[in-house]
Design a protein around this ligand. Sequence first.
Ligand SMILES: NC(=O)c1ccc[n+]([C@@H]2O[C@H](COP(=O)([O-])OP(=O)(O)OC[C@H]3O[C@@H](n4cnc5c(N)ncnc54)[C@H](O)[C@@H]3O)[C@@H](O)[C@H]2O)c1
Length: 446
Amino acid sequence: MRVTVFGTGYVGLVTGTCLAEVGHQVTCVDIDQAKVDGLNRGVVPIFEPGLEDMVLANHGAGRLSFTTDAAQAIAHGEVLFIAVGTPPDEDGSADLQYVLAVARTIGRHLSRPAIVVNKSTVPVGTADKVRAAVAAELSARGSDIAFEVVSNPEFLKEGAAVNDCMRPDRIVLGSRSAPAVETMKRLYAPFNRNHERIVVMDERSAELTKYAANAMLATKISFMNEMANIAERVGADIEMVRHGIGSDPRIGYHFIYPGAGYGGSCFPKDVQALERIARQAGYEAKLLGAVEAVNTAQKDKLFALAERHFGGDLRGRTFAVWGLAFKPNTDDMREASSRRLLELLWNAGATVRAHDPEAMHEATRIFGQRPDLVLCDTPAQALEGADALFVVTEWKAFWSPDFAALKAALRAGVVFDGRNVYDPAQVEAAGLAYYGIGRGRSLQPR
Ligand SMILES: NC(=O)c1ccc[n+]([C@@H]2O[C@H](COP(=O)([O-])OP(=O)(O)OC[C@H]3O[C@@H](n4cnc5c(N)ncnc54)[C@H](O)[C@@H]3O)[C@@H](O)[C@H]2O)c1
């Protein structure tokens, strides 16, 4: 099938590439000329495991092309995906300007029947707005070309996006048009062979499904962080508690890790946006407000531990930071917990020596050159001259350090483990002080 994808970010590029991989003819369109030029030269702008090889192979095979020419891209596709950003507006609601700009562009150039598929995460009712925006442009030029709008939210995880896209848990299709659903089923048939993954519903339910999924996941994290904060005050170890509750199949082990707070381009903005959606509908979503508040406080946690350890004065101290990306296997630093920690450390007069396996260029782009930030090529270099170590992102490369070497390198001999990746006893056996998240014993380093 002939497919057009608007937006070559994490969602658009991965979706377009996976659709090409199963044999569809895909054109990806973006307004970012440099990004499109790079992709046409084989430069993949984001780090996502497996993506680069797949982009190069499909581009080379002629199934995947990149352009800034929207008219040409619209002429190409029988299915037109919208996968552009929906960043938070000033009041936290989702900013639809990019989605609606694409809808208007489609209306201006559509020359034969097509299906417009909304893959961006959008407030309930956006399918109607997209429909109206396309229709308004069509009628402005006296056209009555038939088109359908389908809500098809995306559930991929950064860091595992290609795998999630090739083997989705479910494919949600929001549409009340039987022919549109049939076309979408044909498009997704190669991803649906093993068992039925397609869930068909109306557009509004599909739109809410995406927010509900992210809000549930964010809630699990904030719940565990709340438990961690209780655990450390009552002398319990949240890691023991985690194992204890995860063994109940109604709870499960997935996604119940306490830590330094959730970040990324989705959870923070989607929880906020859902709160606004509820408020506009006359409902105060108290639980969502609490999820967000717990997370905001949790992002200050590592700094608070350090401040306490060093008697409230971090001026002139140097800290090694391992991990800048908001989670492992991505270079994405949007809303990352590391950013809040760095900001607090800098405000307190400290210097940071940071390393991340993939996010160094992103850190350079965000922070530029500054005297209180040294970006280091290796984890070991980050330790040089540092008083203490923060582990902020649980990259596998950080899981088994040589603790004796850490002890030798760190002037004050302290480890702040923001993801509970270490065994406190092992760290302390090396003569280091250990602080984790919600580990009661860390109140009295031994
Ligand atoms: N990143 C994720 O893990 C993820 C997962 C599921 C859903 N989503 C949702 O998918 C949407 C896209 O997210 P993302 O992370 O891929 O965004 P992104 O910021 O990485 O990419 C968006 C792209 O859209 C392009 N763009 C903007 N306006 C355009 C236009 N008029 N025409 C063509 N291209 C245009 C931008 O230049 C950019 O390259 C958001 O709504 C997000 O909430 C993201």
